[in-house]
Design a protein around this ligand. Structure first.
Ligand SMILES: Nc1ncnc2c1ncn2[C@@H]1O[C@H](COP(=O)(O)OP(=O)(O)OP(=O)(O)O)[C@@H](O)[C@H]1O
Ligand SMILES: Cc1ncc(COP(=O)(O)O)c(N)n1
Length: 518
């Protein structure tokens, strides 16, 4: 790979090519007409097939001019055929002679002849929104643009409003080594934005670590700041085939409707996260599978679908809970009395705060049945709290002040209740039902399986742990969260998942707190 910059000199970028870019004031439409100019992926995960799905998922009318045919699947690219560029020009003219194109997304281009054809058409038609995804190499490592065409691609970039390179592409376009971390990637994004005059979407998909941030960068004052970052969690999946194609098409469609890049990415990123998160449901191929473009439709149809998604989020935290010294000590009877007393005292404090938050859920509930469920649960909490004081705490010497984990957990719940979204609040309170019920049932079953020894110092506690009424309430809380999640927008669903995950983390920490703070 050539390490020379693929871009024209800055002076040229700022000259005539830039003047051909359409002005930012564009018409917004309810159903934008979006043209994808890209290669075909017959397995449906990337290229034009992903573009059309992504455009449709965002409510656009999708059109497709095919630059190249590939023979590929989820495991790799077997062949590439680039038809004569004159026929691409014929496709492009056939579309624009008849149809007003509100936005264009450009993906795989294949070779320099194709780039020249696209460039000639863009200069003639000047679509209102142009997004260029500078596709060079597929996830599988196969080349999708001839190396000799890289300079021509660089010259096309100043015609874009938005460029969406991944980290290796960003580096190659600048002729620099790949950024080692996120700040270095943002610096490269600034340089590409300055050289092209376009907005650059710097994507964090290729970073290491638990987060997956993105950023919009524009050095000409088009955004609210030069660099606008969008935080995101990394989703553990190998189904990333076509993520970049889908993101760029979604951005083109959203921008044609909203006329605001930041609002567009705010709308698209939660959708993409949901599409990655649910990608496994598709069961397509043995390699890097596709994302689930229409997850928002499927989820709203299938009862239990959102709860399954939440359940998958709890796996690591449940594992962590079962590995904690506190839990093992409780199960085996070796737990220090001091730690048990600390746990009970903090539980009583927690339940008081939790009860208030449940009462808020009752106030926000959309139906009388849910209102009653949360009100009843709030009352139950107070009853369990006084039971703790009466039967468990009155005979022990305990520390009664608010512990740091209890405070953080209750603060998180109060914040969720103050946010005003019933769905997010329901997701935030759910782990206290779900994880506690699961842990209780498991520990109780272990205790019974081990012969339910009467001499076990925590026998009485373990016997009350798996309460049937609480198990039934847990099922109802899960059902309510599932209904709320299926009815929620993509953005609200992501906020629900975030709130749920945070509460799950606090459940782990709550069980770990006695060994750290008692
Ligand atoms: N594991 C992940 N979890 C969450 N978001 C992800 C993940 N991987 C990629 N993304 C998001 O997907 C988008 C594409 O990012 P990435 O850097 O992977 O681009 P790409 O390499 O062009 O995509 P492709 O996989 O199609 O080649 C970005 O918004 C990024 O944040
Ligand atoms: C026709 C076509 N266009 C683009 C990509 C890149 O997508 P990915 O990087 O996810 O393989 C691809 N594999 N095929």
């Amino acid at each position: 790979m050539s390490s020379a910059s693929l871009l024209p000199a800055p002076a040229a970028a700022a000259g005539s090519l830039l003047e051909t870019v359409a002005p930012p004031g564009r018409t917004s439409r309810d159903v934008p007409r979006v043209l994808a100019i890209a290669g075909s992926d017959p397995s449906g995960g990337a290229g034009i097939q992903a573009d059309l799905k992504s455009i449709a998922a965002h409510g656009g009318y999708g059109m497709a001019a095919i630059t190249a045919l590939t023979a590929q699947n989820t495991t790799g690219v077997r062949g590439v055929h680039v038809p004569p560029a004159t026929f691409l020009s014929a496709q492009l003219d056939a579309v624009s002679d008849d149809i007003q194109v509100d936005a264009v997304k450009i993906g795989m281009l294949g070779d320099a002849h194709v780039i020249a054809a696209v460039r000639g058409w863009l200069e003639k038609v000047r679509p209102g929104v142009v997004v260029v995804d500078p596709v060079l190499v597929a996830t599988s490592g196969d080349r999708l643009l001839q190396e000799s065409a890289e300079a021509a691609l660089g010259e096309l970039l100043p015609l874009a409003d938005l460029i969406t390179p991944n980290l290796p592409e960003l580096a190659m376009l600048l002729g620099e080594p790949e950024a080692a971390d996120w700040p270095a990637a943002l610096d490269q994004g600034r340089r590409l934005a300055a050289r092209t005059g376009a907005t650059v979407l710097v994507k964090g998909g290729h970073l290491n670590g638990s987060t997956c941030p993105d950023a919009l960068v524009n050095t000409a004052g088009l955004l609210s700041a030069e660099v606008v970052e969008f935080a995101g969690e990394r989703i553990s999946t190998r189904n990333s085939h076509g993520t970049g194609c889908s993101l760029s098409s979604a951005m083109a469609t959203a921008q044609a409707r909203l006329g605001d890049w930041e609002a567009s990415l705010r709308a698209v990123k939660p959708w993409l996260a949901g599409a990655l998160r649910t990608s496994g449901q598709l069961e397509v191929g043995a390699g890097n599978g596709p994302i689930n473009h229409f997850h928002h439709l499927a989820q709203s149809e299938r009862k239990g679908g959102f709860a399954e998604l939440l359940r998958a989020e709890t796996v690591a935290d449940l594992e962590a809970i079962y590995g904690l010294g506190f839990i093992r000590g409780l199960a085996e009877g070796t737990l220090a009395e001091r730690e048990f007393a600390y746990y009970l005292a903090q539980d009583a404090i927690y339940l008081n705060g939790y009860s208030r938050v449940l009462a808020r859920a009752s106030a926000l509930a959309p139906t009388e049945s849910e209102q009653l469920f949360w009100a009843h649960s709030a009352q139950q909490c107070l009853e369990v709290e006084s039971e703790l004081h009466r039967n468990w705490l009155s005979t022990r010497s305990v520390q009664t002040e608010l512990g740091p984990v209890t405070k953080a957990y209750v603060d998180h719940l109060v914040a969720a209740s103050a946010g005003g979204s019933y769905a997010v609040l329901v997701a935030a309170v759910l782990p206290c039902f779900w994880l506690y019920a699961e842990v209780g049932e498991t520990l109780h079953a272990e205790y019974v399986a081990a012969g339910a020894q009467a001499g076990h110092p925590y026998a009485e506690w373990l016997r009350t742990y798996a309460d049937e009424e609480f198990a039934a309430a847990t099922l109802r809380a899960i059902e309510i969260a599932d209904d709320a999640g299926r009815a929620a927008s993509a953005g609200e669903r992501e906020a629900m998942i975030t709130a749920f995950r945070q509460s799950c983390r606090y459940e782990v920490e709550f069980f770990d707190a006695p060994s750290r703070h008692s």
